[in-house]
Design a protein around this ligand. Structure first.
Ligand code: FAD
Length: 473
């Protein structure tokens, strides 16, 4: 029988359950459905779409070695997916389609429509599970409810992973290729210009590149992860997020590398490896929430009462934040890092997000969309989760009065100002003591703006705005 692997956010040949099943079930072909209109509506970043395309190219080569041609179809948006898949299956006599599940509402609706179309024409459809360590919806409280708080959720995950760690799937054995060839891949998808070569060089494509990055991290950097991961000037985190988000690297591969570095221990042994595994579980948590709460895909807050926050309409402040011109050095350095690299350090994502949603009292959805349209690792579950955590609208035990002071964060996590100097060249001459909050004279001399908001007053304004909300139901 001819089988089809429908590739989505699982751009890898190894440890890919849908690919393994497609190859096991017959003569496999792979298909990628490009939907530039959908990606534009979703606000995906050009750097991210370019990263996918480069990874598809690597994957096409890898699949070619296995005798599996990679075909490409372009649709305007997901509404055309059912017809596209049906037509492809008819033309290539496909009997069974395999894919790995995606959890956002649009993608689930798309899959339901595709599945019913295929079944109506007698083609089998199987959804596998390859995007997280544990299948969303399977880690539940004793009462069978969905966890809303990270710590008990992570504890339950660790219990499951201790008894049943996810096993590695090898790449399938080479097959005799079918009669059709792989499609050539375009230089760019319509409407998505490639980023410059320097950005591309930061994120080399392919499973081999991801594997090398993972090995280098697990081989040493991971040991100091717990102490150093919050310091943005240090190369202390893995920078694997784009690979995990596009599925070039599987979460199981990441976990196994950390376990190997930690003698098989999940939460004891080396503190660095245990902390890193904890971050992989944050990624799980947000997928688990996205799967359980369709409202998150529609950008609704997890805490319904926070829908009534009186967000400010302040386009000039929003623009200053987007462009790294707020006059708060750590926020500006972070936002300029995002513009330049398509990536931002996790501590700074929290600082920048909290500054926008609390100090500027601008709707977190503005920030979520801006991040999505610039991040090479943009991922609905993690981005939405991180934004809602920062804006206190999400699933979080800590109440709204947690408001980071960006200046304290700056002094604590960039004590000598190395990160600020890298991203704010106009302030690079200032000493550590001055650079976190330059005087008006130093700002004027450097052409650097005064703060667009008073931190203490704006904190109080946020507390009032949140404090005045109706009590949760
Ligand atoms: P490491 O520290 O090496 O962590 C390893 C992996 O664990 C990461 O690659 C990532 O997959 C996962 N991870 C780490 N921290 C988190 C976290 N807090 N939440 C979820 N997963 C985590 N991550 C994305 O992948 N895509 C996003 O669109 C995204 N948007 C975010 C928006 C905000 C406002 C915030 C606060 C966080 C966001 N994150 C997002 C999470 C986190 O900032 C990045 O995953 C991390 O900075 C990536 O760097 P790294 O690969 O070096 O991480």
């Amino acid at each position: 029988m001819n089988t089809l692997l429908w590739l989505r956010t699982d751009l890898r040949a190894h440890d890919n359950p849908a690919l393994a099943a497609a190859a096991e079930g017959g003569a496999a072909t792979a298909l990628f459905l490009a939907a530039p209109g959908q990606w534009r509506r979703h606000g995906d970043a050009p750097a991210k779409v370019d990263f996918w395309l480069r990874n598809l190219r690597e994957l096409s080569r890898e699949l070619g070695r296995l005798g599996i041609p990679l075909k490409l179809l372009t649709v305007r948006d997901w509404s055309e997916a059912p017809d596209a898949l049906a037509g492809f299956c008819r033309a290539h006599a496909i009997g069974h389609v395999h894919a790995n599940a995606e959890w956002a509402v649009n993608e689930r609706r798309r899959d339901e429509a595709v599945a019913s179309g295929l079944r109506a024409m007698g083609v089998d459809w199987t959804l596998h599970h390859g995007a997280s360590l544990l299948r969303p919806g399977t880690v539940l409280t004793g009462k069978g409810d969905c966890y809303r708080v990270f710590t008990p959720y992570a504890r339950a995950c660790r219990e499951r992973l201790r008894t049943a760690p996810p096993r590695a799937l090898p790449a399938p054995r080479p097959q005799a290729p079918p009669a059709w060839r792989a499609d050539p891949l375009p230089a760019a998808f319509e409407g998505f210009n490639a980023p410059d070569d320097a950005v591309r060089a930061l994120w080399p494509a392919g499973e081999a590149a991801a594997g090398e990055r993972l090995a280098a991290f697990a081989d040493g950097v991971i040991d100091a992860y717990r102490e150093q991961r919050d310091f943005p000037s240090l190369p202390a985190t893995s920078c694997l997020s784009p690979y995990l988000a596009a599925g070039v690297l599987s979460p199981g591969q990441a976990l196994r590398a950390a376990l190997a570095a930690n003698h098989g221990e999940l939460d004891s042994g080396k503190a660095g490896a245990a902390a890193w595994i904890g971050e992989l579980l944050w990624r799980e948590f947000y997928q688990h929430l996205l799967a359980a709460h369709p409202a998150l895909s529609m950008r609704q807050p997890m805490k319904p009462e926070t829908a009534a926050v009186p967000w400010r309409q302040a386009p000039e402040d929003l623009r200053a934040w987007q462009q790294g011109r707020t006059g708060i050095p750590i926020v500006d350095a972070a936002m300029r890092q995002l513009l330049a690299l398509g990536w931002m350090h996790n501590r700074l994502r929290m600082v920048a997000a909290m500054f926008l949603s609390k100090n500027l009292l601008i709707d977190w959805r503005e920030g979520e969309a801006w991040f999505m349209s610039h991040l090479v690792d943009g991922d609905l579950a993690s981005n939405n989760g991180g934004w809602q955590w920062s804006a206190s609208t999400g699933a979080d035990a800590v109440p709204y009065f947690r408001v980071f002071n960006p200046l304290s964060q700056s002094r604590r996590f960039d004590p000598d100002g190395a990160f600020l100097r890298e991203w704010l060249p106009e302030l690079a001459h200032l000493e550590a003591r001055a650079i976190h909050d330059p005087s008006p004279m130093e700002r004027a001399a450097a052409g650097y703006p005064l703060p667009i908001v008073d931190l203490a007053q704006s904190r109080l304004r946020a507390l009032e705005a949140f404090g005045g909300l109706p009590r949760p139901p």
